[in-house]
Design a protein around this ligand. Structure first.
Ligand code: DC
Length: 218
């Protein structure tokens, strides 16, 4: 079984995707973390992020997978646990450029499809319902207002101990929305067969219950 969850940054996708996966005993695949891990590697290797050929080669040769350690899902990139490093402001600022390269996306989509072949999955991202799992059993589009998404991202970054400038967080989310929606391949959009949930004024439990009702698990 495949559950596809798409939506903009900060809408709460990964929180509900993880909880739904736990509830159903499915594997959770955070595709944003995969683009983030690749961006981390590219920066570590000092690769020019506009150089599509080099990024494509890097995407092909980089091993990215998820592992459960002490009950937490970790992102492993070439054997290194990058789960925390990929959430830094530096990665936030550069990941959309990497994710916009069509050849990089083709490699990542293939990796994601391979992962989904092997188990029941809940997968979240931007292009899951359209490109990665077009035959998914359920497709959700999780969204929230820009103000609410900025508020959540600020809280998250404060918790991680990053000094933040509220105005720039909001501007960065707006910029990322634009890049995610306007790129040629794998652009974020609401599909006709997706169920849309606006989480701006909903608790996590409320979102979860709505999704489980749709899936038929309540
Ligand atoms: O969901 P996130 O913020 O961790 O995603 C990080 C970036 O990766 C974001 O700019 C969008 C991009 N992304 C993508 O292009 N396609 C996906 N399937 C998942 C994320």
């Amino acid at each position: 079984m495949q559950i596809a969850i798409d939506g903009p940054a900060g809408a709460g996708k990964s929180t509900v995707a993880r909880l739904i996966a736990e509830r159903l005993g499915f594997i959770y695949i955070d595709t944003g973390a995969m683009y983030r891990a690749l961006t981390w590697k590219a920066l570590a290797c000092e690769i020019d992020l506009q150089d599509e050929e080099k990024l494509y080669e890097l995407a092909r040769s980089t091993d990215i997978y998820f592992a459960k350690l002490a009950d937490q899902q970790k992102v492993i990139c070439d054997g290194i646990d990058v789960s925390e490093a990929i959430r830094s402001p530096l990665i936030n600022a550069h990941v959309s450029v990497v994710a916009a390269q069509p050849r990089v996306r083709n490699v990542m989509v293939k990796k994601q499809q391979d992962m989904a072949c092997r188990a029941n999955v809940v997968m979240d991202g931007r292009d899951i319902g359209e490109q990665v799992l077009p035959e998914a059993d359920f497709k959700f589009y999780i969204t929230a207002s820009l103000d609410e998404r900025a508020r959540r991202r600020i809280l998250e970054m404060e918790k991680q101990g990053f000094a933040i400038d509220e105005k720039s967080v909001r501007q960065q989310i707006e910029k990322r929305d634009r890049m995610d929606q306007e790129r040629e391949l794998g652009a974020l959009k609401i599909l006709d067969d997706a169920i849309v949930i606006d989480t701006s004024s909903l608790s996590i439990d409320e979102v979860l219950n709505r999704m489980l009702a749709v899936i038929g698990e309540t």
